[in-house]
Design a protein around this ligand. Structure first.
Ligand code: PGA
Length: 251
């Protein structure tokens, strides 16, 4: 049985004061016991959030990490070993904003994914198509290619200890959500692609949906058979809204 997961991606938001406020709000949430909850603050605030959530069940992850596992001469990067040392347990790999805006490509993401796992972090691999790709009928092809990049480089076994987040680029931060049916179709295809390699891995891996998830649409999305939770952007910056999404996941 896959445990539901709700993850909050804070992106490049926050100040010390607002992070303290949000962390305090999260501390006070009553979270359903069947749901794994994690938040992904900007690097700068990771320590503050880990300290602030000490004693709670909420895990902390980073939004990105270096392709090299160990610390070294790589100005401006953060090694996954450093994230693990800080107390992070997850890291986002290949969020669409990094693929599209920072130009990160599959080969680099394969290395980031492997380096993160080598340090004991659980990678959350983000995949998803643009609107142009969807309109051209290429959604499953694009997502399939993003997934097969990891499978070919690291083997399907790499997904024993990983999470996948399907985030259609056109739904991120736009208020447009994939319908539960649209999301389920892609999730089912992702699971089928993994199952073609290894049925057990496919059954065990958690597939999160992301893209304008909020309390009002979460339950419907999480009710689909292959949607095992969500990766929440904007709505995760409000503790009450995020808590409501976590509760929707628990039902
Ligand atoms: P959103 O972002 O919920 O603000 O659409 C999701 C994400 O990018 O992870």
């Amino acid at each position: 049985m896959r445990r539901i997961m709700v993850a909050g991606n804070w992106k490049m938001h926050g100040t010390r004061a607002s992070v303290a406020e949000l962390t305090k709000g999260l501390r006070h949430l009553v979270l359903p016991s069947g749901v794994d909850v994690a938040v992904f603050p900007p690097f700068l605030y990771v320590n503050q959030v880990i300290d602030g959530l000490d004693g709670t069940s909420i895990a902390v992850g980073a939004q990105n990490s270096a392709a090299e596992a160990s610390q070294g001469a790589l100005t401006g990067e953060i090694a996954p070993s450093q994230l693990a040392d800080a107390g992070c347990t997850f890291v986002l790999i290949g969020h669409s904003e990094r693929r599209q805006i920072m130009g990160e490509q599959d080969e680099l993401l394969n290395r980031k994914f492997a380096a993160a796992q080598a340090c004991g972090l659980t990678p959350v691999l983000c995949v998803g198509e643009t609107l142009v790709q969807r309109d051209a009928g290429k959604t499953l092809e694009v997502v399939g290619r993003q997934l097969s990049s990891i499978i070919e480089a690291l083997g399907v076994g790499a997904f024993v200890n990983a999470v996948i987040a399907y985030e259609p680029v056109w739904a991120i931060g736009t208020g447009l959500t994939a319908s539960p049916q649209q999301a389920q179709e892609v999730h089912a295809a992702i699971r089928a692609q993994l199952a073609a390699e290894n049925a057990e891995v496919a059954q065990g891996v958690r597939l999160l949906y992301g893209g304008s998830v909020k309390a009002a649409n979460a339950a419907e999305l999480f009710g689909m058979p292959d949607i095992d939770g969500g990766l929440i952007g904007g709505a995760s910056l409000n503790a009450d809204e995020f808590g409501a999404i976590c509760r929707a996941a628990g039902n």
